[in-house]
Design a protein around this ligand. Structure first.
Ligand SMILES: [Zn+2]
Ligand SMILES: [Zn+2]
Length: 155
């Protein structure tokens, strides 16, 4: 059986190289929404001569082909998500982590794409919400306990 990374690269018309295969393997199942820089630094351990352009171009091609998602949630850099099922994201402005947020939890009934035919004449296929704030780990670090967050905020 052919390696799934080979099939995927061929599908989007990219030459199969060990570097590109490694990018796909690294992304597979990754829930941290890494940046191109993160992936590049990880790959350098195995491929000391890989260029950042190779990593970035491969990620861009994968995103164009909708094999992965390119996220605009981080103000400093693009982040990548191998999960292409619609879901929302939460960005922590302190640690920079990006978390998945359950899709249905945030949709007001009147903009649910499943029962909305159009908005201002536009057909809605998907809604993606970017949330920003302080994640629970950072809240805990700041305040000692998560339930003291209100006290901390007022200070
Ligand atoms: Zn955080
Ligand atoms: Zn995600």
């Amino acid at each position: 059986m052919e390696d799934p990374t080979v099939i995927e690269l061929k599908e989007i018309g990219l030459k199969v190289t060990p570097q590109r295969q490694a990018i796909l393997k690294l992304l597979n199942g990754d829930r941290t929404h890494p940046s191109a820089e993160n992936i590049y630094h990880e790959l350098l351990k195995k491929f000391p001569r890989i260029s950042f352009a190779t990593v970035y171009n491969t990620l861009s091609r994968l995103a164009e082909a909708e094999k992965i998602q390119k996220l605009d949630i981080d103000p400093n850099k693009k982040r990548f998500d191998p999960c292409t099922v619609p879901h929302h994201h939460f960005y922590c402005k302190l640690c920079g982590k990006v978390f998945d947020v359950v899709y249905d939890a945030l949709l007001p009934a009147n903009i649910n794409p499943l029962n909305t035919k159009n908005v201002d004449g536009h057909q809605v296929d998907a809604i993606q919400v970017n949330l920003k704030g302080v994640c629970k780990d950072c809240r805990r670090k700041r305040c000692g306990k998560t339930d003291t967050i209100i006290v901390c905020k007022r200070r």
